[in-house]
Design a protein. Structure first.
Length: 77
């Protein structure tokens, strides 16, 4: 079983956390390493709120699994 409920678990399992601003139609990626280093590693992903750097609106979160590698090239899902 894979647990990915906190920032530390996401990083440990090599998952990413994508962030999407509906207003700006812009995607970003949460810096899991920085979140962990600043003491937020045990915070639940579902409880965390992020804001868009451009407009300040609360953004949507999307947990992304590790990208598989096929013969040295990154595969796309």
């Amino acid at each position: 079983m894979i647990h990915v409920s906190t920032f530390e678990e996401l990083k440990r399992q090599q998952y990413g956390l994508a962030l999407y601003c509906i207003v700006c139609d812009r995607w970003g990626e949460a810096d899991l390493k920085q979140l962990i280093e600043t003491g937020r590693g045990n915070r639940a992903v579902t409880q965390a709120r992020f804001r868009c750097r451009d407009c300040g609106e609360v953004v949507e979160k999307q947990v992304r699994p590790p990208v598989p590698e096929l013969g040295g090239a990154a595969g796309y899902i």
